[in-house]
Design a binder for this molecule. Structure first.
Ligand code: ADP
Ligand code: MG
Length: 723
């Protein structure tokens, strides 16, 4: 029996009825409808309880656990009024996923009756059996106990699924011995470390009223939508999130006709649904557009406090995936689902600030006079230079390797773009004489009916992995499927380290009687002398830069995760995280173990699938075609026609080459004796991946030869262009 998933998928997609569009509800009606917000707490809690809670949430004050019972009761009443029967502690394991354990409010009484119950103890602490989460050897299965602990700074909410409402409580996830097993704990700790160092610097600059300094994050999320019928007919998309085979379509993104183009109607209905859910959950979705590749889109919320933004980012990924399903799409968050066209990233916009001094990375109109800004910006420059390889390591995954270090934005070399104006100011600092800031000027379009407006003082540079964009930095190397937490932890931590260094220096200078302004200039000059090598405003893609960066500037080009992940284990990185109280050496090493293991497992699954798809889908199709060709050649020779035998021999040769490569790959996969995990990763990066690419090369060439009606897999053309 033969079954033809591909042609079935095509007809199902063509027959598909679009989801009906609806008039969106008013923003005011949607906004935070499903969140237990501060104002809902205020309405339902005794005054002193609310005051204490608010102080913890807004000012980072110590959590008073004795009020948990009262908060829990109010939270339960609110959730039940929304229709919830269950609650879940939500946490963020090292897999980039979101995990949750559900429990019912149900409590059975001695007489057999039931009541709804949610105690303070249960709110504060949960105990999921976390033994199945990767922990890098932090716990053996016989010590499986893991705890979740309430993170009051990230609001609780109810999540609606087809199974009804669930009260969700964001939590940290720690082992029985108190070791962080998740991505939230270090984020909170890194923020505290950054706050401490930033406050010291602000005090030294003469401020007396200093509110808690917090980091902020605005993550731009790129993703692909593929019709579910197509995605489900492709084992590679199903199991690995990317196409392991597929000949590029004749048309790709060369016309740039998709970028910022009108959003297809079916996608717009989907987006509207996504945004409605986001608004209900208090996620401030702000920007949506088509991205560069066909079938690729972007959604970006307005920025928020990093911890909340990170939780909201996890929710956004969940919402995108679940809503896509409802609309008959599959949402691909993989960094490179389709070869030859743009991959997906996540730009993490980040800055630091507080309620009293505002955004500390805002240069104002005359940055050369803004000593406070220059110190904070200088601290970032020092950090990115000193710990560039760490920034590369925190975005190292098997899937992100297809972007970084391949011929795609951004390059694996971590450099920094400041823009014309700031680059000039820092150049002046380096030469010791700070005079002025290049003004932005006005943009006059020469048409009276068009407005004249002020020009930004610096252009953008799309090729830089770490760019200053007006009042924040934009880290562009983060993967589309990654949690933003790791990158935020790294940025907060290196800034905390630099600001501590700045504070120590400043204290030293001031103690010597140096005037503040002179002390600041001395420090900035030293930063430029030692760290300006990381500043680069040119084209980050070109070969000359790659050569110059490595040979003249001493920057590292860590192309693969196998090269980048071991950075985490270096002594100075261990000291950095340890001394700032962000991750203990044991916690850090466990992260290296988990991420390395994930790298290996990802490629292992892909390689196995390459072998099986080549053998069971592509080989049979090609052989069938070959036999059709041979039959045809045989049948027409008798009647005096001649058919091109060259095609048949070409197909036969490609089949042979592909199967030879499959055998090589299979044999290579049999190697298991690796001395270290580093060696294992290198083997996968250097040997297994290239063999997979080779199999693909022959298979894709076959796709260009074999009769289209025999080809079993939905093609790039179908997946990307049939909407
Ligand atoms: P672009 O695509 O031009 O880079 P977008 O408007 O798509 O810009 O996204 C910019 C992101 O940066 C938004 O999420 C925005 O809220 C965020 N952002 C703006 N200011 C800050 C800031 N001070 N800190 C962190 N993120 C910020
Ligand atoms: Mg951006």
């Amino acid at each position: 029996m033969s079954y033809d998933l591909r042609s079935q998928a095509i007809s199902q997609v063509i027959d598909r009825q679009p989801m009906p569009s609806k008039i969106p509800s008013r923003l005011e009606a949607l906004w935070t409808a499903d969140v237990f917000t501060l104002s809902k707490m205020q309405a339902s809690l005794p005054k002193d309880v609310f005051k204490s809670l608010k102080n913890t949430i807004q000012n980072g004050g110590k959590l008073d656990v004795s009020i948990a019972g009262i908060v829990a009761a109010a939270m339960k009443d609110w959730a039940i009024s929304k229709g919830a029967l269950y609650y879940a502690h939500v946490f963020y394991p090292l897999t980039n996923a979101t995990a949750e354990k559900h429990d019912g409010f149900i409590s059975v009484q001695s007489d057999g009756s039931v009541i709804s119950e949610f105690t303070g103890k249960v709110l504060v602490q949960g105990e999921p059996d976390g033994s199945s989460f990767p922990n890098g050897g932090l716990r053996s299965t016989f010590e499986a106990r893991g705890y979740t602990a309430w993170d009051v700074t990230s609001p609780a909410y109810v999540m609606e699924t087809d199974n009804g409402m669930t009260l969700c409580i964001p939590t940290v996830f720690i082992s029985w011995t108190g070791v962080a097993l998740d991505k939230k704990t270090p984020l909170l700790r890194s923020n505290a470390a950054m706050n401490k160092a930033a406050t010291r610097v602000l005090k030294l600059l003469g401020h007396t009223d200093i509110a808690t300094v917090n980091s902020s994050c605005g993550p731009e999320q790129e993703y692909f939508l593929v019709d579910a019928h197509f995605a489900h007919s492709r084992p590679d998309l199903l199991l690995t999130g990317r196409t392991l085979f597929g000949k590029p379509a004749a048309k790709g993104q060369q016309f740039d006709d998709h970028y910022f183009g009108a959003i297809p109607e079916r996608v717009q209905v989907f987006m509207q649904d996504v945004e409605e859910k986001m608004y209900r959950l208090g996620i401030p979705a702000k920007t949506r557009h088509n991205e560069v590749a066909p079938g690729q889109f972007e959604i970006a919320p307005f920025f928020e406090a990093a911890n909340v933004a990170s939780d909201h980012q996890q929710l956004t990924m969940t919402i995108l995936k679940c809503t896509a399903k409802k609309h008959g799409f599959v949402c691909l968050l993989h960094e490179k689902p389709f070869a030859g066209i743009n991959g997906s990233g996540k730009h993490v916009n980040w800055s630091v600030g507080n309620a009293t001094q505002g955004n500390l990375l805002d240069p104002g109109n005359t940055p050369h006079e803004n000593m406070q800004f220059l110190l904070f910006c200088g601290a970032v420059i020092r950090g990115v230079h000193k710990y560039g390889p760490l920034l590369r390591a925190v975005v190292a995954t098997a899937s992100n390797d297809h972007r970084l270090g391949a011929n795609e934005a951004p390059p694996a070399i971590i450099s920094m773009y400041l823009g014309t104006q700031l680059e000039d100011v820092f150049q002046q600092i380096a030469t010791g004489e700070i005079k002025d800031s290049i003004p932005g000027g006005m943009m006059n379009l020469g048409v009276d009916t068009l407005p004249v407006f002020p020009k930004d003082p610096g252009d953008r540079n799309r090729t830089s992995p770490f760019a200053f964009t007006g009042n924040r930095f934009e880290f562009r190397a983060v993967g589309s499927g990654q949690s933003v937490s790791g990158p935020l932890v790294a940025m907060n931590t290196i800034l905390a380290d630099s600001l501590t260094w700045v504070a120590d220096k400043l204290e030293g200078e001031l103690a010597k009687g140096t005037e503040l302004i002179t002390a600041v200039r001395t420090i900035l000059k030293e930063i430029m002398e030692k760290h300006s090598a990381v500043i680069f405003g040119g084209d980050g893609y070109c070969e000359e830069w790659h050569k110059m960066a490595v040979e003249e500037r001493g920057l590292l080009n860590l192309r693969t995760s196998a090269d980048a992940l071991p950075v985490i284990k270096e002594k100075h990185i261990e000291e950095l995280f340890d001394k700032l109280g962000v991750l203990t050496p044991v916690e850090l090493e466990s992260r290296f173990d988990v991420y390395s293991e994930q790298y290996i497992k990802t490629i292992e699954v892909e390689a196995k699938l390459v072998i099986s798809m080549a053998k069971t889908m592509i080989y049979p199709a090609a052989v069938r075609y070959l036999s059709e060709l041979s039959n045809a050649i045989a049948s027409v020779t008798g009647i005096g026609l001649s058919l091109d035998k060259e095609i048949a021999s070409k197909v036969a040769a490609l089949i042979q080459s592909m199967m030879d490569m499959v055998s090589k790959l299979s044999a290579a996969m049999d190697k298991h004796d690796f001395a270290t995990i580093e060696e294992h990763m290198q083997y996968f990066a250097q040997t297994i991946r290239p063999l997979m690419d080779k199999v693909r090369e022959y298979a894709d060439a076959l796709e260009g030869e074999v009769a289209d009606d025999l080809w079993p897999l939905p093609t790039y053309q179908e997946m990307l262009f049939i909407k």
